[in-house]
Write a protein that binds this ligand. Structure first.
Ligand SMILES: Cc1ncc(COP(=O)(O)O)c(C=O)c1O
Length: 460
């Protein structure tokens, strides 16, 4: 009873005092928040004692799973030794040096220097400023426009939110910060024409970049920014032809390439970074989330030597930074997290086991009456819910059925996220056969319950 009372009280206090991110506050207050109290391995528990299998790794974050005492110990030890010191006053400290070195080691090509922040949004704001500063230093200050995609999510600050393409994110901050353009997504299932192969579609979607560069004038374009796989936009996995063509185009016009690896970094695709999976050569990589497996906030942008070279060729300050840039405790946790990923061989494990297991799991639902497509790459996956499998027709009131399905998943003890009517997943990299089997059972139940709710709306 006490337990129950605590849960009710927590819900009331949460409703009274806590504004949640990306939330319909009216419906949250009428439904009440679910209170998550504990995590261990691939599972979390709510305050009523229900065990939940986390198919989202928190929020694309907790790659090594929950309850790692080593990470808590690393934070404790660093807090006792040096809980904080800034890196502004020509000062540094051992954890930030060691982590910068480690990141330079695991990132591709000439990406050797790291600027730290605390969130993915901050990392992308930093990248935007670095990109524009770079071109100003190179004597081309008119190169300010950054091209991104319509379903891109790069964060919620005004600059990162403007670089992202989602209209509902832009809606609260019109006029959107200037200097960004948004082209089509490489989303074959949603945007290909009748009979268009994924390969042909990938080339067309990349071609939209060249069209946009020419429309703006190449001399005004600073960079192309893209998530290697669009995550929050619905796990939109580009066809194999897409990234090589994008790389060719950015090379042709000499513009910078920013890979936002906030979701795809730290092993999710079976390589440290998805840029390595797709064979692209970004000039900047932004990262956050799984660098600490979410145990503590940390983010950053890793930059190519040529950008650092431009900074070093001038005496001016780069007037940008955060109090917590290179926070020693966060860096110590990140180092330990990377050590765990290496020790447990989690990156090759995605290639050798996780990617195939996830693809097999999703394939089991291909024939389900609600499912239009399943797709995955590494340990990122998606299921499209549609009213008509044959024509790919969506349900009316896009997003309604996704939420019904998400709520069934949640009640069944499993977390998948709904992006409109696309169910997406990104499990911790530590899932074994056991979790994949459990997921299959609850997914089948939840999809069948969703089907019952909307059966009358399906195409005959
Ligand atoms: C690709 C990508 N970039 C940036 C962000 C923003 O990160 P944060 O929420 O830490 O600001 C996110 C968040 O989900 C993301 O998915």
């Amino acid at each position: 009873m006490t337990h129950q009372y605590q849960t009710t009280q927590l819900r009331e206090l949460d409703a009274l005092h806590h504004l949640h991110p990306f939330t319909d506050h009216k419906s949250l207050r009428s439904d009440g928040a679910r209170i998550i109290v504990r995590g261990d391995g691939p599972y979390i528990w709510d305050s009523e004692g229900t065990r939940i299998l986390d198919g989202m790794a928190g929020l694309w974050t907790c790659n090594v799973g929950y309850g790692r005492k080593e990470l808590a110990q690393a934070a404790y030890d660093q807090m006792v030794e040096l809980p904080f010191y800034n890196t502004f006053f020509k000062t540094t400290h051992p954890p930030v040096v060691a982590l910068s070195r480690k990141l330079a080691e695991i990132t591709p090509n000439n990406l050797n220097q790291v600027f730290f922040g605390s969130s993915g949004s901050e990392a992308n704001d930093t990248a935007i400023r670095l990109i524009r500063h770079y071109w100003a230093l190179k004597g081309e200050p008119q190169r300010r426009i950054i091209i991104s995609r319509k379903s891109a999510y790069h964060g919620s600050t005004i600059a990162a939110g403007s670089m992202g393409g989602m209209s509902h994110v832009h809606a609260h901050s019109y006029p959107v910060y200037e200097g960004f353009r948004h082209i089509m997504d490489p989303y074959w299932y949603g945007e290909s024409e009748d009979g268009e192969s994924p390969e042909a579609f990938g080339l067309r979607a990349a071609g939209a970049l060249e069209d946009e560069i020419l429309a703006i004038g190449p001399e005004n374009v600073a960079a192309f920014a893209g998530e290697p796989v669009q995550g929050a936009g619905g796990v939109k996995i580009p066809p194999a032809s897409y990234w090589p063509e994008v790389q060719r185009i950015v090379n042709k016009y000499g513009i910078l390439l920013l890979a936002d690896e906030v979701i795809t970094g730290f092993g999710r695709l079976g390589t440290w970074f998805a840029s390595q999976h797709y064979g692209i050569r970004p000039d900047l990589i932004t990262f956050a989330k799984a660098v600490t497996s979410g145990y503590i906030p940390l983010s950053g942008v890793i930059v190519d030597d040529k950008i650092v070279g431009a900074l070093m060729a001038h005496d001016d300050d780069f007037n940008h930074g955060y109090t917590f840039s290179g926070h020693p405790v966060a860096c110590a946790v990140a180092l330990k997290n990377i050590e765990i990923i290496e020790r447990e061989k989690l990156v090759p494990r995605v290639k050798e086991f996780g990617a195939t297991a996830l693809a097999k799991l999703l394939a089991k639902f291909e024939d389900h009456p609600l499912v239009g497509e399943v797709r995955s790459v590494g340990m990122l996956g998606a299921i499209e819910l549609v009213a008509d499998k044959r024509t790919r027709r969506r349900f009316d009131d896009l997003g309604r059925v996704g939420l019904i399905c998400r709520d069934h998943f949640f009640r069944e003890g499993f977390i998948m996220r709904a992006v409109f009517d696309t169910m997406v997943m990104s499990p911790p990299l530590i899932w074994t056969e056991t979790q994949f089997k459990e997921a299959e059972v609850v997914m089948r139940r939840a999809l069948d319950l969703t089907l019952k709710d909307v059966a009358g709306e399906l195409a005959a």
